[in-house]
Design a protein around this ligand. Structure first.
Ligand SMILES: Nc1ncnc2c1ncn2[C@@H]1O[C@H](COP(=O)(O)OP(=O)(O)OP(=O)(O)O)[C@@H](O)[C@H]1O
Length: 224
């Protein structure tokens, strides 16, 4: 089946912020996925192609089971690449939030300890969430834990940010804080964001890549 790739529409509400100084060549992508086929014992997604440049937030949408998390899992080594090519910019570093969040484990950390382990500045956490820094992760509510984990990933120094359903369990305030955080993402960084929340995708993303059932790329378009 042919793939339809549409150019972004004009007038998108999220202006692209180029991190490159004037006169420089076009920025190398932080992530380049070309005709990727990926899965576990056998392929479950692809072939799909997408790019994330510095200054861009790219959405990855599609129905349950279409292979969105599998695309991210190739980058973290939890899924296999059966074909195509995945290239991350040398030295960029990857900050990844998976869909199954860290619950606290055997030796539960406090919020500030988690951020320290992630190399994240605690100041990244918006003021209303600062009290979470002094709380044990295993004693947080689902939404509080999700907020802390997502913000620890935003505070991680990696240039490529991968977020899998970051708004899960978040209330309206937590969701809005995250929208603001992603909108302010450092222009040298880029993000690939999986979400079923179409309004969130529309607000934070420059483009959205939509997988169809069965995992083929359906379309790439501006997120407005
Ligand atoms: N560890 C695994 N081993 C084998 N198959 C898997 C594994 N993880 C996922 N799958 C299968 O791969 C397919 C794609 O799953 P994936 O989690 O990537 O979809 P998704 O689009 O992220 O779905 P959702 O929206 O429900 O999170 C599904 O058929 C799923 O059953």
């Amino acid at each position: 089946m042919p793939l339809t790739i549409r150019r972004p529409r004009a007038g998108h509400p999220r202006p692209f912020r180029s991190p490159e100084p004037e006169g420089s060549t076009v920025a190398q992508p932080l992530l380049e996925v070309e005709q990727l086929q990926a899965g576990y014992a056998e392929p479950v997604v692809g072939p799909i192609s997408l790019q994330v440049h510095p200054g861009e937030v790219i959405g990855l949408a599609g129905p349950n089971g279409s292979g969105k998390s599998t695309v991210l899992s190739v980058l973290t080594g939890r899924a296999q690449r059966f074909g195509g090519r995945v290239h991350t910019r040398s030295g960029a570093g990857i900050a990844c939030q998976s869909q199954a969040p860290y619950q606290g484990g055997e030796l539960p950390l406090r919020g500030d300890e988690l951020l320290a382990l992630m190399g994240a500045d605690p100041g990244i956490l918006p003021e209303p969430l600062q009290p979470l820094l002094r709380r044990r992760i295993d004693r947080l509510s689902g939404g509080q834990r999700q907020s802390l984990l997502v913000w620890s990933v935003l505070g991680h120094p990696g240039g490529l940010v991968l977020l899998d359903e970051p708004t899960n369990n978040l209330d309206a305030r937590g969701r809005q804080l995250l929208i603001e955080g992603l909108t302010r993402l450092d222009a040298r960084r880029g993000a690939l964001v999986i979400s079923h929340d179409a309004d969130f995708i529309r607000q934070v993303c420059h483009r959205v890549v939509t997988l169809e059932p069965g995992g083929r790329l359906q379309q790439t378009e501006a997120a407005a």
